[in-house]
Design a protein around this ligand. Structure first.
Ligand code: F6P
Length: 563
């Protein structure tokens, strides 16, 4: 079915109504303090459950009317129709003419035969690969799979970049309390050889399994690193006498120590990897939406198939919720719509994501690719220019570290920074310090920050503390800084799957309102092409002569400086 042209959100009556509503709110004066006082049901009305996560939207700059108008906007822009089109496998990625089916990666096996897309039984294909991965991971975890010298695998080195790296790294870091097989993972992504050098330092090649992860299997960084690690592996194995340097033994070493994850299985075979040890996925899985595909192989090895299944079940819980809940009650859709509210009506250029668990320290980086590679676009899915500002910058760091760094700007700066706070009631590492439960101290900070951001501190309150008059203004907190709190029980594999799916769908909602194809990424191409043209200029005068004046000067500096 042909995908219809995007609706211009800015031309809808809902947009005009939101603009008017915004202006009226500003004119009257936005005051979360007053809104809370005037409406004792505000928290109840603006609290939601999705899966087993609790969401508090009450500290956002929204009223009942705002949410109603945002839902109208979502409806006018066809969020529900496009959601259904996505889940059913229509080619909503128009510029690449592809279905967008990351949601199929977490459908249960019982749905085999129910989703046929482009002639493919998608769920059957997904489970065929999952079953092979589970079997492979079990062999590695149990020690049945051995390195070339007969030793059990104790380390996994996963090589990939972007979506083939950020998801696995983030999940591996987040799931550290659940690692139980004595296998540690290291992730190499940067083409800077320093990355590889540091990651293989101290590794025993005989007990190391390498996973090359690349959707296309053409990515410069990944293939360069793969060749470097291959050379390192063979050199180490020869040095310890595990192989004798013959072509047969080298090939056997590669077979025992290298596996691959890709949609391009022919290129994997060309690299010398046994097709038996290659795990596929499909062009309908975008790189940044792929952590729950074969791209997560390192996680299945480290965490075990059962925990990976729980991870997938978390995604699925949110998919089902998002797909079946009407927009007015759908907190995931509402969060996407609120982001549009902040970007387009309050001029917010950035959005902070602040996990109150150290285990999620890579979550903001993961979200940067998810959200910014998806919605950082200047044209809509039919090639026409976007009609409003799109794609805010996502960023963040775990609390409480961020509190001692950038929260100053969030509390008292002159720009609006909507922020999501994420916390869990239980910790894997309880600790009592001088009678104080440290996790409660930590959570107290999470609550204190959202409270301070929302309600601030008036000049009178500052004065009442005996503050000298001349520094009263500097100590005033205006408040009305919008936050959403996401609170969970424990950061389990299930909860993490839920959290990722929440942000995947938030991204979808924003992209749909803006009319964007959130599933292509042409913006990364030009730099890749130019890097190929420029690199020879370090040595080649003709190539140097073709460069612009600035690039030329930088290369001349390099030539004069490099030893
Ligand atoms: O350069 C951007 C990108 O294409 C991402 O979208 C992708 O996740 C990453 O590169 C890695 O690509 P691949 O998995 O094909 O190596």
């Amino acid at each position: 079915m042909a995908i219809s042209a995007p609706i211009d959100a800015t031309k809808t009556p809902a947009w005009a109504a939101l603009q008017k509503h915004h202006d009226e709110l500003v004119e009257k004066g936005i005051s979360l303090k007053d809104w809370f006082a005037a409406d004792p049901d505000r928290v109840e009305k603006l609290s939601y459950r999705a899966g087993d996560l609790y969401f508090d939207l009450s500290k956002n700059l929204v009223t009942d009317e705002t949410l109603k108008l945002l839902v109208d906007l979502g409806r006018a822009c066809g969020v529900e129709e496009r959601r259904d089109a996505m889940f059913s496998g229509e080619h909503i990625n128009t510029t690449e003419d592809r279905a967008v089916l990351h949601t199929a990666l977490r459908r249960p096996a019982s749905q085999k035969g129910e989703l046929i897309v482009d002639g493919q039984d998608v769920v059957a294909d997904v489970h065929e690969v999952l079953d092979r991965m589970y079997a492979f991971a079990d062999r590695v975890r149990s020690g049945e799979w051995k390195g070339v010298s007969g030793k059990k695998i104790e380390h996994v080195v996963s090589i990939g970049i972007g979506g083939s790296d950020l998801g696995p790294v983030m999940v591996y870091e987040a799931m550290k309390p659940y690692l139980d097989a004595g296998i540690d993972c290291r992730y190499i992504s940067n083409i800077d050889p320093n990355d590889m050098a540091e990651k293989v330092r101290g590794l025993d090649a005989e007990t190391t399994l390498v996973i090359i992860v690349s959707k296309t299997f053409t990515t410069l960084e990944t293939l360069t690193n793969a060749r470097e690690v291959k050379a390192w592996m063979l050199e180490q194995l020869r040095a310890c006498g595990a192989v004798d340097g013959s072509a047969e033994q080298d090939a056997e070493a590669i077979r025992r120590h290298f596996v691959a994850v890709s949609t391009a299985l022919d290129l994997v075979a060309d690299f010398g990897i046994d097709p038996e040890n290659a795990f596929g996925f499909w062009n309908w899985v975008g790189g940044r939406y792929s952590v729950d595909s074969a791209v997560g192989l390192s996680l299945i090895i480290a965490l075990g198939p059962e925990r990976f299944q729980q991870f997938l079940a978390g995604f699925r819980a949110i998919d089902e919720y998002f797909e079946s809940t009407p927009l007015e009650e759908n907190v995931v859709a509402l969060m996407g719509l609120m982001n549009v509210w902040y970007v387009n009506f309050f001029g917010a250029d950035t959005h902070a994501v602040l996990p109150y668990t150290q285990y999620l320290h890579r979550f903001p980086a993961y979200l940067q690719q998810l959200t910014m590679e998806s919605n950082g676009k200047h044209v809509r899915w039919d090639g026409t220019p976007v009609t409003c500002h799109t794609g805010e910058v996502f960023w963040g760091e775990p609390g409480t570290n961020g509190q001692h760094a950038f929260y100053q700007l969030m509390h008292q700066g002159s720009v609006v920074v909507p922020a999501d706070f994420i916390a869990f009631a239980n910790t894997s590492n309880p600790f009592v310090d001088e009678g104080q439960d440290v996790h409660e101290l930590f959570l107290g900070n999470f609550l204190a920050q959202t409270k301070a951001l929302a309600f601030g501190k008036t000049a009178d309150e500052v004065r009442a503390e005996g503050t000298p008059e001349q520094i009263v203004p500097a100590r005033v907190f205006e408040g009305n800084r919008p936050t959403t709190s996401i609170f969970g029980d424990t950061l389990t594999p299930f909860a993490l799957g839920e959290l990722i799916a929440v942000y995947e769908h938030i991204t979808f909602v924003q992209g749909t309102v803006w009319g964007i194809d959130s599933y292509d990424q042409w913006g990364v191409e030009l730099g890749k092409q130019l890097a190929k043209q420029i690199t020879p200029a370090f040595h080649d005068d003709e190539a140097l002569g073709q460069q612009d004046a600035s690039t030329k000067a930088l290369i001349e500096f390099y030539r004069a400086t490099r030893r």
